[in-house]
Design a protein around this ligand. Structure first.
Ligand code: C2E
Ligand code: MG
Ligand code: MG
Ligand code: MG
Length: 295
């Protein structure tokens, strides 16, 4: 029996695995030139304040337009960039581009929006991360309160080191959010030590709301916990009005999802800004937002 299983597994894995690895090596090679060749760009996804119905912030999301393979999603290339160290220059480029963009929108006459930028684990270990952020804020002239850095629970770092780093970042005047909240299997105790401003509820919790009582319970619990800790809550990945309605009743502060807008180019943000607000208003009005729900 055993003897039979091994070759079967081998046959099953071989074509699949070897292609995967070869693919990865090729991608890694291309990744090294991608920054220089200007193949990366950022899209921005609006975050809507449910109380005011306005877009107060956007999340910057990196994309790679590969010269022959076309679009490659960040879930594929960020982990490779992490492994080969490219995340350091790439992360710097992302941060600088996003901060510059926030200033460009301001010059174009848009209300000033906060820009949220994802950090990756490799960047947390970057020796000069705090200085880099500080210099970028100075160079781009962006007021620190308009920058939010997103970290995730799965970024395993010594808790004292992390607390210290986040305090240094906070001292610059920027905001910190915990992304994909609830998916990291980590203890909740960090919530009282880390100087964070915002929790982003992961899409996997919100996906089956309002049909799954367990997910409903978890989402309500996260929102209520955030309120008690005086943190803002963003729900990610909202696609349906029913989900939105549930979150409004629960007192969620911000929504980010296809229901309002997919991630779009910076030009689309400025060109469709008023259209986007009309759309948001049309979606929110029938839901009869009740102020009493807010804490
Ligand atoms: P994330 O930071 O949690 O970003 C949210 C992801 O959910 C984005 O995918 C966004 O397009 C997607 N999303 C938003 N609303 C909806 C919705 O209503 N429905 C569905 N199905 N999806 C929605 P994206 O852009 O593919 O990014 C995936 C992940 O890649 C990000 O998750 C983040 O972890 C990473 N990533 C993206 N950009 C960057 C970056 O600039 N730096 C770093 N370090 N990581 C990044
Ligand atoms: Mg994020
Ligand atoms: Mg997320
Ligand atoms: Mg994610």
């Amino acid at each position: 029996r055993e003897a039979k299983q091994i070759p079967q597994r081998f046959l099953f894995y071989k074509p699949y695995m070897s292609k995967g690895i070869a693919d990865r090596i090729l991608l890694e090679q291309d990744l090294h030139n991608a920054l220089e060749n200007q193949e990366f760009y950022l899209d921005y996804q609006p975050q809507v304040n449910l109380k005011t119905g306005t877009v107060e912030s956007v999340e910057a999301l990196v994309r790679w337009r590969h010269p022959t393979r076309g679009f490659i999603p960040p879930d594929v290339f960020i982990p490779i960039a992490e492994e080969c160290g490219l995340i350091i220059p790439l992360g710097k480029w992302i941060l600088e581009t996003a901060c510059m963009q926030a200033k460009t929108w301001e010059r174009q006459g848009l209300p000033q929006m906060k820009v949220a930028v994802n950090l990756s684990l490799g960047q947390l270990f970057q020796q000069d991360l705090v200085e880099m952020v500080e210099h970028i804020l100075q160079r781009t002239n962006l007021e620190p309160k308009f920058l939010q850095l997103e970290i995730t629970e799965s970024m395993t770092m010594n808790i004292d080191q992390m607390t210290q780093l986040l305090h240094e970042l906070k001292a610059l005047g920027i905001q910190i959010a915990v992304d994909d909240f609830g998916t990291g299997y980590s203890s909740l105790s960090y919530l009282k030590d880390f100087p964070i401003d915002c929790l982003k509820i992961d899409r996997t919790f919100v996906r089956n709301v309002p049909n799954n009582p367990n997910d409903e319970a978890l989402v309500s619990m996260i929102i209520s916990m955030a309120k008690h800790l005086r943190l803002k809550v963003v729900a990610e990945g909202i696609e349906e009005v029913e989900q939105l309605s549930f979150l409004i009743e629960g007192g969620c502060d911000y929504i980010q999802g296809y229901l309002f807008s997919k991630p779009i180019s910076p030009q689309q943000i400025s060109e469709t800004f008023s259209e986007l607000h009309r759309h948001v208003e049309n979606v929110l009005t029938p839901l009869q937002y009740n102020e009493d729900y807010m804490i």
